[in-house]
Design a protein around this ligand. Structure first.
Ligand code: FE2
Ligand code: FE2
Length: 454
């Protein structure tokens, strides 16, 4: 039962009991006396009435000092939607108050931020967005929306990678039970954030319901064991776009939610202090692989050459595990591209040149791990490609491996759990029961000393 309905239900239940002889044991005349609201408040703990079912967190920049609070809702659905937030320990972990005990006055510092509303397509809903800035790194925070929401928690990323950094990734989710189950597995790992590498809800740029259902499922399940909301970092896939490929406007629901991270193009970087950068790419959906994006990628990777962890995320894989990677020429002499050919031609040389340690790939709906590769050939100092997008969708991998690059493939649902400790990285594939299906390790990324193994 939804909390708002539950509140009404509880209130009406007490009101009903209060006017019946069962409770008061008095005559009919006395029973008709209305029960004072103050009496009901003593019996019924206040249940927050504003709990947007689409509430989620994301980032536009600097995850060490900012957080974006976002939800899809209607104007006026709550009297005041100002976000009040604090990292004071007494606010984040308020002392438990015994029933009947008086609350102790505590001087807490709360900052406030009013959300900005922007249209959500094909409906009267709005996207409400508040970017909280100037936060302290590596701290638990609490926030409320207006006066009538519960207290929600999140944690900013640390400014230095002194401790272990953990996150989950995957793609090709959908809105089915498998996706929900894997959300639960993902949240159970207590990741610091989740990367979804395209094909989120399969709205295809046309289904309002699918776009909202994906966010609602994420909101209800992606909460860690300490009650912190797990921020979502997306990259675009073909099922975000009406027709799979086209102008930015064709990604009907994606950019209204994520244009803070992707203000002009379908690609960008998200930098975490001096230890991690996510390079989020667009595999031809609203930005072409060749040309401006490739030129930008070369510069973006060069600028991050000294970071210990630079991780690339894309949707359509350079090394597909289900579709045919090899192009052919049609009967009328036309070149038909194999899956990932564009990426292998334009991006793989850059991944090799800058020794990207790991590329997270999706779209094929399988599990895959390649050999470490340089120029498509096994090399102990090479680039590891992990995929292939089976958070909520499944296909059978190709029985042949035409490019001879795979170490493992399978038709299992999975998410990836990444654990970075110092210069070492561990990459676990977790199946739909939470069981570890695969473990890989990548180490130093500097030219000539990159290692990868499983
Ligand atoms: Fe997909
Ligand atoms: Fe896809």
């Amino acid at each position: 039962m939804r909390q708002s309905s539950r509140r009404l239900f509880i209130s009406s239940s007490f009101a009903t009991l209060g006017t019946g002889s069962f409770l008061l044991g008095q005559d009919e005349k006395m029973n008709s006396t209305p029960v004072p609201e103050s009496f009901l408040r003593k019996l019924v703990p206040e249940i927050p009435s504003f709990q947007p079912s689409t509430l989620f967190l994301t980032w536009h920049k600097d995850p060490t000092t900012t957080m974006v609070v976002q939800w899809i809702g209607t104007a006026g659905e709550t009297a005041d939607n100002t976000i009040a937030f604090s990292d004071e320990p007494a606010a984040v972990h308020p002392p438990r108050r015994e029933p009947g005990a008086r609350s102790q006055p505590v001087n807490l510092t709360w900052r406030t931020q009013k959300p900005v509303a922007s249209p959500y397509p094909q409906c009267d809903f709005k996207v409400f967005r508040a970017e909280l800035t100037g936060l302290r790194p590596g701290r638990d925070h609490v926030f409320k929306i207006g006066r009538s929401s519960p207290s929600y928690r999140f944690r900013t990323m640390p400014s230095k990678a002194n401790d272990t950094i953990t996150f989950v990734s995957g793609g090709d989710c959908g809105i089915n039970q498998a996706c929900l189950d894997n959300n639960v597995i993902a949240a159970r790992q207590d990741p610091m954030f989740a990367v979804v590498g395209g094909d989120l809800g399969y709205d295809n740029g046309r289904s309002l319901e699918a776009s909202i259902a994906f966010i609602r499922n994420y909101s209800s399940t992606m909460v860690d064991s300490s009650g912190r909301l797990i921020p979502l970092i997306p990259c675009i896939g073909n099922h975000e776009v009406n027709g799979g490929y086209g102008a930015r406007e064709k990604a009907t629901f994606f950019y209204p939610l994520f244009d803070g991270l992707f203000p002009e193009t379908g690609y960008n970087t998200l930098d975490f202090g001096d230890y991690l950068s996510l390079v989020l790419l667009d595999t031809n959906h609203t930005s072409k692989v060749a040309g401006a994006q490739t030129e930008w990628l070369d510069k973006a990777l060069a600028a991050r050459k000294d970071l210990p962890h630079t991780i690339v995320v894309n949707h359509i894989p350079a090394y597909p595990s289900h579709r045919n990677p090899v192009g052919k020429v049609s009967k009328d002499g036309k070149k038909l591209y194999g899956t990932g050919e564009d990426q292998r031609e334009h991006w793989v040389p850059l991944f090799d040149k800058h020794r990207v340690p790991v590329v997270l790939e999706h779209h094929e709906h399988t599990f895959k791990r390649t050999k470490p590769l340089i120029g498509g050939m096994q090399n102990d100092n090479g680039v590891l490609y992990l995929g292939d997008g089976s958070w909520g969708r499944l296909r059978i991998p190709r029985p042949d491996d035409q490019l001879n690059v795979m170490v493992k493939t399978s038709d299992d649902f999975h998410i990836s759990m990444h654990r970075f400790q110092g210069a070492e990285r561990f990459h676990l594939a977790l199946g739909s029961t939470g069981k570890v299906m695969d473990v890989a390790r990548t180490g130093q990324r500097k030219l000539g000393i990159v290692t990868a193994g499983g």
